[in-house]
Write a protein that binds this ligand. Structure first.
Ligand SMILES: Cc1cc2nc3c(=O)[nH]c(=O)nc-3n(C[C@H](O)[C@H](O)[C@H](O)COP(=O)(O)OP(=O)(O)OC[C@H]3O[C@@H](n4cnc5c(N)ncnc54)[C@H](O)[C@@H]3O)c2cc1C
Length: 480
């Protein structure tokens, strides 16, 4: 099918980078369409990472990574306030566990200064006072007070919701297969038909190399590097209070131990080159290695509280830096390629840069009079006081019906996300927006209820409801 409409801008990819480009474009009077091949936004690397809002002491000074990390970190408090996203500026510590590593901490402190990041060297005693569960072998640490943790699922979803509220269009389940350059526009062949746009922005994550090659040859590659993690239940607070890193190496930032915005703990990631860009498998050998490395920093991690393991795939560029620039042969094709870590924290700053520095010279950016920077606030029932809960249930009894017992998610909260502008088409989309299914039973109890709610909302048979991708139907056939 050929869509008759010519878009001003098409964004390929609905991850964190696509989300913040879309949100920044939605301030202006433009026709913007986002094409995402999965059935939800944020279903690739942006949902399978450490979710650390890095301070920015680590990237090499002068690189795009350093610039956008530091700018992104500064934007996070206001962005998360506007988008009602869970964010905690808990700070990070990079630990030295051997005497000779103290010199490296000093070098990292200097690198932080070069990047404009405030840090402080801590003595062994200071580390143990702030983090009593750290190994007594610790020799010192670099404290970065501006680092934090974020909910990566709601970050992407709410940024898209805000963009959609402000007029951006989104097509899920639509994969770009080929791109034809025309005079002043591009025709995109997708699995659903053809689209045309004056400007195309490639935010295709680990597939950004393949999408660029649809337009021109490249002299760089994006190589998949997998990271595997353990997730522990929110069994008790206080195992760690900061994001704890070992010293970085050529393999990256190393295996970290952190709490998450939901009070769980995350231990990982590994760093393995893989062939397949869609390889999200985990294996016990790699995970045992993750466990061993993490235990050097925090010896008594209660791995019996583990409720899940997962893997994410980094889009590691051969250039060692983010590739954010117009294509060499087509100025109206903008690349956001090789956005590996610190891509999540950088995403608000990259979104702003792409729009203000790369799109602005191509098309008039006329502000919308009615642009609204905030999403409608969400109810997080479990975080309310008893009085607030009672008042809310009085108003709407569906907030008194708990659907997910582990995470205490109510029917009212699920109905809210199903009624928002951002489509919520799959069980995993409901999970990422509300946390229903994220708990100890991993959806064993709530999934059938969520499935029926989705079937009703989407007007389909329960047999047709998907977990995430095509073919991931939970129910196979009626038995009686
Ligand atoms: C193990 C690991 C740990 C990390 N930890 C951190 C961290 O703590 N802090 C941090 O700042 N960053 C971290 N990152 C990096 C961060 O997660 C990424 O930089 C960021 O999520 C990249 O976002 P993106 O939008 O570029 O990619 P993605 O989220 O992958 O989005 C790209 C989207 O494009 C879609 N797409 C691809 N091809 C097509 C096509 N042909 N047509 C239509 N759609 C298409 C995909 O389906 C996908 O949804 C980590 C990454 C990993 C893997």
């Amino acid at each position: 099918m050929m869509y008759a409409h010519m878009e001003d801008i098409i964004i390929i990819g609905g991850g964190a980078i696509g989300a913040f480009i879309a949100r920044n474009l939605s301030r202006y009077q433009l026709n913007v369409l986002v094409l995402e091949k999965e059935n939800d936004v944020g279903d690739a690397t942006s949902m399978a990472n450490s979710a650390i809002v890095h301070s920015g002491y680590d990237p090499v000074p002068g690189t795009k990574k350093a610039r956008f990390n530091v700018e992104g970190n500064a934007l996070f408090p206001s962005v998360c306030e506007e988008l009602d996203v869970e964010f905690e500026q808990c700070g990070s510590m990079t630990l030295a566990t051997e005497e000779k590593q103290l010199q490296t901490l000093k070098e990292l402190e200097q690198r932080g200064k070069d990047n404009g990041v405030v840090t402080r060297l801590l003595s062994r005693a200071e580390v143990l006072r702030l983090e009593p569960n750290v190994s007594p072998d610790v020799k010192g640490a670099l404290l970065c007070p501006t680092a934090g943790i974020v909910n990566p699922f709601t970050l992407v979803a709410h940024a898209f919701e805000n963009a959609l509220d402000n007029g951006v269009k989104l097509s899920l389940g639509e994969e770009v297969l080929a791109i034809e350059k025309r005079d002043g526009s591009f025709v995109l062949k997708t699995n659903k038909g053809q689209r045309e746009a004056k400007i195309v922005i490639n935010a295709a994550g680990v597939k950004s190399e393949e999408v660029t090659k649809m337009v021109e040859p490249v002299d760089w590659t994006v190589n998949p590097r997998k990271g595997e993690y353990y997730v522990l239940d929110h069994y008790a607070p206080g195992l760690v209070n900061h994001v704890l890193f070992p010293l970085p190496s050529e393999k990256g930032k190393g295996v970290l131990v952190t709490h998450t915005t939901s009070g769980n703990y995350l231990v990982g990631p590994s760093s393995e080159w893989v062939e397949d860009k869609d390889d999200h498998s985990t294996d016990s050998e790699t995970l045992s290695n993750v466990k061993a490395q993490a235990s050097l920093m925090v010896p008594n991690i209660p791995f019996r509280e583990q409720i899940r393991v997962f893997a994410g795939v980094r889009a590691t560029p051969s250039t060692h830096d983010f590739i954010i620039e117009p294509a060499k042969t087509a100025p109206n094709f903008i690349l956001c390629a090789g956005i590996e870590s610190p891509g999540l924290v950088s995403s608000p700053a990259i979104g702003r840069y792409v729009v203000e520095e790369l799109v602005r010279p191509l098309i008039p950016l006329v502000p919308k009079a009615n642009y609204q920077p905030c999403v409608k606030k969400y109810v997080r029932f479990s975080a309310l006081t008893e009085e607030q809960k009672e008042a809310l249930v009085e108003q709407n009894p569906h907030f008194g019906e708990v659907i997910c017992n582990c995470e205490k998610v109510t029917l009212g909260e699920i109905e809210d996300v199903l009624s928002r502008s951002l489509p919520c088409l799959t069980i995993k989309a409901v999970k990422k927006r509300t946390r229903a299914g994220f708990g100890k039973c991993q959806g064993g109890f709530c999934q059938p209820k969520v499935l029926l709610l989705l079937a009703k909302k989407l007007g389909v048979s329960p047999l047709e409801v998907l977990y995430d991708r095509a073919g991931s139907n939970i129910l196979r056939k009626e038995s009686k």
